[in-house]
Ligand binder design. Structure first.
Ligand code: FES
Ligand code: FES
Length: 189
């Protein structure tokens, strides 16, 4: 599978959860794990650009797919991704434990729907829980992120590494194959 644009070796065990593979095998600990049974959304990553819960999927199910984690949004030394800037501007986080999951869910939402209505925002983040209950600020951050993503990117400052500048970097999605796992945008069904 590809993770954040790089080819990665298959997990050692077919029973390894994608969340454990990302965190334990690849050291991508920005993907948090809370409930581990699909309720809280803090393990949300993108699979071929759509938000999914990495604790509900085996790593081997991601073979042949592109996984994108929070680490890819703003590599070291790069400017913040618009969704991250929006969280910063709108005070969309308190303890921050839920934040990577919300950010990835919102990236998936805005990739599908760049200008969501308030009900669409509500629905888009309905599968993520914030124990600090900062939902009002998070909703404002989604709206602000949508605005920021419409703006032309600011000029790069000298020495800034080339990045997606607000876009999630991905290779083109592979063709769907039999047994393709569900990608329900991270919502609880
Ligand atoms: S850890 Fe809670 S949904 Fe995955
Ligand atoms: S900011 Fe603390 S859980 Fe959401």
């Amino acid at each position: 599978m590809r993770v954040n644009g790089a080819e990665r070796q298959a997990p050692g065990s077919a029973r390894r959860l994608l969340s454990d593979y990302l965190r334990g095998d690849l050291g991508l600990t920005g993907t948090h794990v809370g409930c581990e049974h699909g309720v809280c959304g803090c393990c949300t990553v993108l699979l071929d650009g759509r938000a999914i819960r990495s604790c509900l999927m085996l790593a081997v199910q991601a073979e042949g797919h592109e996984v994108t984690t929070i680490e890819s949004l703003s590599p070291e030394g790069a400017e913040l991704h618009p969704v991250q800037r929006a969280f910063q501007e709108c005070h969309g986080l308190q303890c921050g434990f839920c934040t990577p999951g919300f950010v990835m869910a919102i990236c998936g939402l805005l990739a599908e729907n760049p200008d969501p209505t308030q009900p669409e925002i509500e629905e888009g983040i309905a599968g993520n829980l914030c124990r600090c209950t900062g939902y009002a600020s998070i909703r404002r951050a989604v709206r602000r992120a949508a605005e920021l993503m419409q703006e032309p990117p600011p000029p790069a400052s000298p020495g800034t590494p080339p990045t997606a500048r607000g876009r999630v970097v991905q290779s083109p999605p592979p063709p769907a194959s039999p047994g393709t796992p569900p990608t329900a945008r991270g919502r609880v069904k």
